[in-house]
Design a protein around this ligand. Sequence first.
Ligand SMILES: NC(=O)c1ccc[n+]([C@@H]2O[C@H](COP(=O)([O-])OP(=O)(O)OC[C@H]3O[C@@H](n4cnc5c(N)ncnc54)[C@H](OP(=O)(O)O)[C@@H]3O)[C@@H](O)[C@H]2O)c1
Length: 289
Amino acid sequence: MAATLPAMRLRNTRPMDIGSAHVVVTGGSSGIGLATARLLAARGAKLSLIARGAERLEEAAREVSAAAKGVPVAARAADVADRAALTRAIAELEAEQARPCDILIASAGLARPGHFLELSDDVFRQMIEVDYFGTLHAVCAVAPGMVERGHGSVVAVSSAAGLLGIFGYSAYGPAKFAVRGLMESVRAELAPRGVHVGVVFPPDVDTPQLAEENRWKPRETRVIGGTIKPLTAEKVAAAIVKGIERRRFTICPDTGTRALARFGSVLMPLLNREFDRRVRALQRSTTPS
Ligand SMILES: NC(=O)c1ccc[n+]([C@@H]2O[C@H](COP(=O)([O-])OP(=O)(O)OC[C@H]3O[C@@H](n4cnc5c(N)ncnc54)[C@H](OP(=O)(O)O)[C@@H]3O)[C@@H](O)[C@H]2O)c1
């Protein structure tokens, strides 16, 4: 009990000094994680990147460091679903950077859409293992130190699919809902201890994940998405950095997800009616009479 008291007293709401921070980014070798790493490195932060594929990771670390005029960028290959390996990787990165993690961006994740009746158990399990447990493991690795220091920022990347159940996302959506639920509870417990907690709700973003996801998307999921252009990873990264600076919990990179995050329970019946209409129209047009 006594050990927790100093952090309780040290409620810290001053803005994060990004220029002196050590930032750990899971999923830092690609897409939203890489764009966020680039932006924070350009602001002078020390970066540590984590992903599974060592080659792409090393390439990303070199690129981020060169673009930020030699800012120290370290990298470790680890699977976020493997708690021991991820915890070890973060400890090694903290030792290499000679600084504990000040900011965590938990961006590692993957999406596998499909018809509910056709998705295998393995897919449901993989989404939870990587998207949910991968986030939980990263938060668990850095939160005790941040609480001890009464300082830090923990940001997890959920999805618009974590705000609304969407046709084709019965495996991915629940994992992203779980990320949101986790971060809501963690915020309630860590914010009074000086730690900023945020969760990001991107809509479609133009990254390798979206390209892979599009290979599996049912046609119904495509018509629901309509012709909305995906955001760039840079736009999402800018929203994340702003969210950290302003200590925001809900980080929405566009007006659509912002409206959904604020007024979801009011908008949901209207959206569901429109999405159901689009699905019916598609199915009618493709059913032989
Ligand atoms: N793109 C979108 O439309 C979109 C929309 C909403 C939310 N999101 C979320 O945003 C986050 C980032 O996605 P993105 O679009 O930037 O994807 P991305 O470009 O495919 O990048 C994913 C990153 O996560 C890493 N990763 C994947 N599985 C991992 C694992 N088990 N352990 C460690 N690292 C792993 C990948 O590297 P390795 O494969 O080498 O491990 C890569 O660095 C994800 O959580 C995603 O669900 C994306």
